[in-house]
Design a protein around this ligand. Structure first.
Ligand code: NAG
Ligand code: NAG
Ligand code: NAG
Ligand code: NAG
Length: 495
């Protein structure tokens, strides 16, 4: 009774103002989102310590079950330690009173008090910041995390749409400070999320989040932020989650697409049934069909490229992840390259869609923070209570290469001559580096409300299975929607 889960939302039957009902979204029922999310967590061998694993080709099929978390063969792990970055990538704005994080000063910097003495007291920092950023259009993605005692804009109790796995406070997480860090771009301020402003800017429009469980994480953060000013009407169905804000006719939608490209299971060439096949050069047709309904799309993907699938280009099998029939013959495309190709494919297809002229925001790879192992080999993010200090960022080889391939795929699509000025509607929301510092923002062991759950290392030294991939809500993920608002504002008001 505490929360309206996605599952609950599927029960309402509503008439759609648009012809969405006629669109054949081949996604399973919303209940399967929950299962997918769980599967992603449990089948996702993340972390740079397994880089070798990702590049290897495997014929073994790993049948992963929800409640059994350690069935990946640890012999494929390549535990090469990460190297620490040699210099902090952050710059410090000298006239900015918001101190960058550091271990000594972090907790008692008070935002919005000492810096505003010269201003009339009823001008909020956010209004100032908005004015600043209109003028400069600064780079939002380089900066630092600053402590903000004002805390988040919602709590686990004030947001009814919160997946239990991300309800860290509700799941017993003892510390709360991680909720209070704000992202501060070096050259300007990123305004705090202004739900009224968002709804006004988006009046009559539809924003869709498309992707996997991390996209759902972001969508739910958006819903929590908006819920604080208006209770939306559930217009979702079994195929798509949709919420309508009456006052402004704004629709927030979410579509599941794990890889963003065409996916099928039928036998193909020498790849048998039961193995997922991806046509890397064809966009997910369900996205293409739905696009005319959307005005802004926040797109993301990536983590499913760690899962088993077969890659097809020009109707030829060119590679596979955790599947390759003949180890003596090298595959042409590994999962990292496949990811880059898929990004280029979907971006190009969206930009060229005849009936979609919306704004497309590609949210970059969301970094995970498993330490001391992968998700299934004792990796942990327990006990991280604040962001890493500048200069303390630990490079993660897999994160870096996935981000690089993703950005390259994006830029190749944007550079397509055929797009003309439509390329201006493609935006890269480049959060990967900033979120590399947020090892404190994940649920860790606080993934479930089970009061008996194990949150400490066992006698064998092993931590319990953790979620160091998704983000607590409220938490750092809310920053993504502040960025989305800023990108939309710049697009609509900018010129
Ligand atoms: C501050 O508040 C006062 C009274 O509430 C109002 O008259 C004034 O216009 C406000 N100033 C700004 C800059 O909003
Ligand atoms: C929210 O978190 C608090 C602990 O901070 C907990 O007591 C409460 O039950 C949680 N509420 C929900 C709805 O999860
Ligand atoms: C675009 O819209 C036109 C007119 O409604 C329709 O005939 C056409 O099939 C649409 N194309 C796509 C790719 O949706
Ligand atoms: C570029 O945008 C303008 C209006 O903003 C439009 O009239 C023009 O057709 C566009 N050109 C191309 C090549 O899309």
């Amino acid at each position: 009774m505490t929360s309206a889960s996605p599952r609950a939302s599927s029960s309402s039957k509503t008439v759609f103002p648009r012809k969405v009902s006629s669109i054949a979204f081949a996604i399973g029922g919303l209940a399967s989102f929950v299962i997918f999310a769980s599967l992603l967590l449990f089948t996702h061998p993340i972390g740079s310590s397994v880089t070798g694993y990702f590049y290897g080709y495997e014929t073994t099929q790993h049948v992963v079950q929800f409640h059994h978390s350690t069935d990946l063969d640890s012999s494929h792990q390549n535990p090469s330690p990460d190297s620490t970055s040699d210099s902090p990538p952050l710059t410090q704005d000298s006239q900015d009173k918001l101190l960058p994080i550091s271990s000594q000063d972090s907790t008692d910097v008070r935002l919005g008090e000492e810096t505003n003495s010269g201003r009339s007291s009823n001008v909020s920092m956010d209004e100032e910041a908005t004015r600043d950023s209109i003028e400069t259009e600064c780079d939002l993605y380089h900066g630092s995390w600053v402590y903000d005692p004002r805390g988040p804009l919602y709590t686990n109790n004030s947001c009814p749409l919160l997946t239990q796995m991300q309800n860290c406070q509700g799941n017993g997480r003892p510390d709360k400070g991680y909720e209070n860090w704000r992202w501060k771009p070096s050259q300007c301020d990123l305004p705090r999320f202004d739900a009224k402003k968002f709804l006004e800017l988006m009046r009559g429009k539809t924003l869709a989040f498309i992707g996997d469980s991390v996209a759902r994480n972001q969508m739910e953060s958006m819903m929590c932020l908006l819920w604080q000013v208006e209770t939306p009407v559930n217009r979702g169905n079994r195929k798509m989650q949709r919420w309508h804000f009456r006052s402004s006719s704004v629709m927030i939608a979410r579509m599941w697409s794990s890889w963003l490209v065409h996916q099928f299971n039928e036998p193909f060439g020498f790849a048998p049934e039961g193995v997922t096949k991806l046509k890397l050069d064809q966009p997910d047709e369900r996205i293409m069909e739905a696009l005319p309904n959307f005005d802004v799309v926040v797109l993301s993907s990536g983590h499913w490229f760690a899962k088993q699938s077969v890659y097809i280009l020009n109707d030829e099998i060119v590679g596979g992840q955790l599947w390759w029939p003949d180890k003596s013959k090298p595959a042409k495309v590994n999962n990292v390259e496949a990811f880059g190709i898929s990004v280029e494919t979907i971006m190009r297809a969206m930009a060229k869609h005849p009936n979609y002229t919306g704004l497309t925001i590609l949210r970059t790879w969301s970094p995970d923070h498993y330490e001391g192992g992968a998700w299934n080999t004792g990796g942990s993010c327990t006990g991280k209570v604040e962001p890493l200090s500048p200069g303390k960022l630990v490079k993660n080889g897999f994160t870096e290469i996935m981000h690089e391939k993703q950005a390259t795929g994006f830029h190749r699509a944007v550079a397509d001559d055929g797009l003309g000025n439509r390329s201006k509607k493609l935006k890269l929301m480049d959060i990967t580096e900033a979120f590399g510092y947020r090892h404190d923002g994940h649920p860790g062991p606080y993934r479930s409300p089970d009061p008996k759950k194990i949150t400490k290392r066992g006698p064998d030294g092993q931590p319990p299975p953790q979620d160091c991939l998704h983000w607590c809500m409220p938490g750092p993920v809310d920053t993504w929607n502040e960025m989305v608002l800023e990108i939309i504002r710049r697009d609509l008001e900018g010129r």
